[in-house]
Design a protein around this ligand. Structure first.
Ligand code: MN
Length: 504
């Protein structure tokens, strides 16, 4: 675990009931809930689930949900109504709840004991109607939540709880998160702009600018010993080009890259920041664009955005926290160029320098090459191609009155031929459902050329994340069509305008 991606959080399991069937039934239900929670916790979910005492009155419900809202270690609540827990009792509690909700529609017994079934069994296994009563009040109150149905031992149910827990981790990570912008936006670019006040109000993180001079000042304070030590780490971690090795003629440029990395890292740690943006149009006082530093800090879990792109920076950070413990990396990405072969059109994703080595198929090469942008020294960078397999790109669009989370599922492939002359890291993919539908849909949705790429996360996690954040979610993948997407965008335009009105 790096950079506090997943603090000590837990999810509360709250069982709703009532007093109709007497104290013995309630003791039995409490016992059953404990067994469900123990069973779920055996699945190595990203967050432990804590079984709370069952709730049977409006007062207990309100107190428990108020506690959940105030307890910083509680990241979300799983609600289960084993029987009727009359839902007017829940209104007050749900009104004060500010944590993400998963409504688990399960039953303690998987199988009905057909020959033995009696009313005692029925009283303990009545989620079939208890959870419907509960679902009504959620729907009536327009409560954003995830509903997961099935027996608690079913791996598919566990997988869906896992996805929601990851979304919960990302959401928790954003609350109070701080992101740095070194310099402003790339001049005149529209998509990287946006409403930072709106983002802080709706999404919980803040974005602020710091002068590059602060970073340059910090570079002066980096010792030669620290630079030596970091260069040793580079030597051990990557296949280093001869000219950058110890004694090589450009070793000093690598030392300068190390100094920049140490300065940015120190700045981020001291200010408790979770990510940063840079822009090649404001490098005053730096001798090179911080390429290697961006790549390595991303690998350690920090968000990053080039050209001042704070929305993708924050999204990348959240996605890295959501992917904690999963195989496959997560990186800053940019759609760069196309292979328009009608048999299989492909997208080559890359950036000037800043692709995260967690997505690499093999040990990255540390090289130095010219950079024709920014007017600075040649920067060292890690060069590699991304590992083949399923992945997705996600981007956050500021629509003016709302944020839209746009996701495209991808098949990452090994490039058809080695990219011998490409001096930067890259990924090659076939977007789903196909090149034309994917790119047309992305463009119609207003998606940026920047995204957070993940080989670790499923789209379901991001869908849950959007639900928790209360923002629009658009998925482009298997089954997507342009006609359906156009309708979805048109209807969402109206829906998000009216949503605030119906909630109250
Ligand atoms: Mn860019």
């Amino acid at each position: 675990m790096k950079q506090g991606l997943c603090e000590q959080l837990s999810v509360w399991f709250i069982t709703g009931s009532q007093h109709l069937y007497g104290p013995e039934a309630l003791v039995q239900v409490g016992d059953n809930s404990g067994k469900i929670v123990d069973g779920l916790n055996k699945n190595k979910l990203p967050l432990p689930i804590v079984c709370k005492p069952i709730v049977t009155t409006a007062e207990e419900i309100r107190n428990t949900l108020a506690d959940a809202s105030h307890d910083r270690s509680c990241a979300g609540v799983i609600l289960w109504m084993h029987t009727f827990s009359p839902s007017k009792m829940w209104i007050g509690g749900l009104n004060v709840l500010n944590k993400p909700v998963l409504h688990l529609h399960t039953q303690f017994n998987r199988d009905l004991p057909w020959g033995e079934i009696d009313m005692d069994f029925m009283n303990l296994n009545q989620a079939a109607h208890g959870d419907r009563e509960h679902g009504f009040i959620h729907t009536r109150m327009r409560l954003p939540r995830k509903v997961v149905a099935g027996h608690w031992s079913d791996p598919e149910v566990v997988g869906r709880i896992d996805a929601w827990q990851r979304a919960v981790i990302g959401w928790n990570d954003w609350q109070g998160a701080r992101f740095v912008r070194f310099g402003d936006n790339m001049r005149d670019v529209a998509v990287t702009e946006g409403d930072k006040v709106g983002a802080e109000m709706r999404l919980g993180y803040s974005v602020n600018t710091y002068p590059l001079g602060d970073l340059v000042g910090r570079m002066d304070g980096v010792s030669e010993k620290e630079v030596d030590e970091l260069c040793d780490v580079y030597d051990k971690s990557y296949t280093v080009a001869a000219e950058l090795r110890r004694g090589g003629k450009r070793r000093n440029t690598l030392r300068e890259a190390a100094r920049i990395e140490l300065a940015i890292r120190g700045f981020l740690v001291e200010g408790n920041f979770k990510g940063f943006t840079t822009t090649f149009e404001d490098l005053h006082g730096l001798t090179q664009l911080p390429g290697l530093a961006s790549q390595r800090l991303m690998a350690d879990g920090y968000g990053f955005g080039a050209e001042g792109d704070w929305k993708t920076c924050a999204l990348l950070r959240a996605m890295k926290s959501m992917a904690t413990g999963l195989k496959g990396g997560t990186s800053w990405m940019e759609d760069y160029t196309y292979h328009l072969d009608p048999k299989q059109s492909l997208i080559l994703g890359s950036h000037m320098l800043e692709v995260c080595p967690t997505i690499a198929a093999a040990k990255p090469a540390l090289r130095i090459e010219p950079l024709g942008i920014g007017g600075k020294d040649d920067p060292p960078r890690l060069v590699f191609t991304a590992k083949a397999g399923r992945a997705l790109n996600a981007t956050m669009v500021d629509m003016g009155n709302r944020f839209r989370l746009l996701v495209n599922e991808l098949d990452v492939i090994k490039p058809p031929q080695p990219l011998k002359k490409l001096p930067v890291a890259s990924a090659t993919w076939a977007p789903l459902p196909d090149f034309k539908t994917s790119t047309e849909a992305w463009i119609l949705s207003g998606g940026a050329h920047h995204s957070a790429f993940s080989a670790a996360l499923k789209a379901e996690v991001l869908e849950d994340f959007a639900t928790i954040a209360g923002i629009e979610y658009i998925r482009i993948g298997e089954g997507s069509t342009i006609s359906a997407l156009k309708n979805e965008l048109r209807w969402n335009e109206v829906a998000y305008l009216l949503l605030q009105g119906v909630r109250n």
